[in-house]
Design a protein around this ligand. Structure first.
Ligand code: ACO
Length: 332
């Protein structure tokens, strides 16, 4: 990075969620569940499900177009696209390549990043490091997910939790060194992959009539294990990044956590000693949109005026893998 360019900033954000709303009552018509069970165990009231035509790339492009508009940057200036997703349009080519073409972006580096629900925060970290290197100038970072395509609507323990959508951010470099992405921290522990996974469709269990009849192409989850791990790693990752940045939890103005379960968020808030009023939450309306969740919440928080210049923002997420990631931002 040249001496004049000292930080990476978010120039603009955008998000998209499908129009089709499925309330808990509507879910209760599909599986043996109730609004009361879902609300009290998760905080979710409704979620959005994409139509057949709304692919992951379609939602990604819609969110990205809004982020580009907000950034006031001409699209010809974008030189990197990262799409975080675990539900790409197809195994290959990457959804990022489809976004490049559908948005008529320059023929630049474009790739997908798979860190499940940590994807958007992981991708922010990768992009900001690439911009800091001085070899890239402006990145389009998108978290997009069509989870409804991998949900088993015969499994009430998982299908009520997730939703579809996309969140995007345009990153650029600033000459001011006191603002922007201060620090990113990511981690992984692959020792228990079956806690949250989609067993079939890869090289371990290629698609076959048996994999289909065994329902192996759907998301499977050990909810209680994931709950415990999520609270632990989100708390630890938040504490670690604050310490590395030289901050205390009381310095944070707004936390944007991965929107999986309100009880997970409340447990993290308690352990951090940060009041719930400092957490931006919208999972009530969207459920867990996986890699899209932090991007959608960040965009909403900005557009609602919840983020002001000079604010210290903490993004923190966890996901299948297990993966976790946090980012500290001093808003410009
Ligand atoms: N409706 C009604 N009853 C249900 C439902 C449902 N949708 N789902 C489960 N139950 C029942 C169970 O069968 C069980 O009944 P039983 O006692 O008769 O056996 C009872 O409710 C309690 O089940 P638990 O699994 O103990 O419920 P718990 O309080 O642990 O809540 C939940 C389950 C909400 C899944 C919770 O464990 C959780 O949120 N885990 C974390 C999930 C998560 O965050 N996943 C996202 C990961 S991010 C990514 O990368 C995609």
């Amino acid at each position: 990075m040249s001496a004049a360019v000292q930080s990476v900033v978010i120039l603009g954000t955008g998000s998209y969620t499908p129009k089709r709303v499925l309330t808990n009552a509507a879910m209760a018509e599909m599986v043996d569940t109730s609004d009361e069970w879902i609300r009290t165990r998760t905080g979710i009231r409704e979620r959005r499900f994409a139509s057949a035509k709304e692919t992951t790339s379609h939602m990604a492009c819609t969110a990205a177009a809004k982020a580009l508009e907000a950034s006031k940057l001409d699209k010809s200036k974008i030189d990197l696209i990262i799409v975080a997703t675990m539900t790409p349009d197809m195994p290959f080519p990457s959804t990022a390549c489809l976004v490049q073409s559908q948005m008529d972006l320059p023929k630049i580096m474009a790739f997908d990043l798979q860190a499940a629900c940590s994807g958007f925060v992981y991708a922010l970290s990768v992009a900001s490091n690439m911009l800091e290197s001085g070899k890239f100038n402006n990145a389009l970072v998108i978290g997009a997910e069509k989870t409804s395509g991998i949900l088993d609507f015969e499994d009430r323990t998982t299908c009520v939790l997730f939703g579809d959508g996309a969140g995007a951010a345009v990153l650029g470099r600033s000459c001011k060194n006191s603002v922007g992405i201060i620090r990113s921290l990511s981690g992984s522990d692959g020792s228990n992959p079956k806690f949250l996974h989609q067993p079939a469709g890869g090289s371990a269990i290629p698609a076959s009539p048996k994999s289909l009849s065994d329902r192996q192409h759907f998301l499977k989850m050990n909810g209680q294990e994931i709950f415990k791990q999520a609270v632990r790693v989100m708390t630890q990752s938040s504490q670690d990044i604050l310490e590395l940045g030289g901050y205390k939890s009381s310095d944070i103005d707004l936390v944007i956590p991965h929107q999986a379960n309100m009880r997970i968020i409340e447990s993290v808030a308690k352990r951090l000693g940060t009041p719930m009023e400092k957490f931006y939450n919208n999972l009530e309306y969207y459920g867990n949109t996986s890699a899209a969740s932090v991007g959608i919440a960040l965009d909403e928080a900005l557009r609602k005026g919840k983020i002001q210049s000079g604010d210290l923002i903490l993004l923190v997420a966890f996901g299948a893998g297990l993966t976790w990631a946090s980012t500290l931002i001093k808003w410009q």
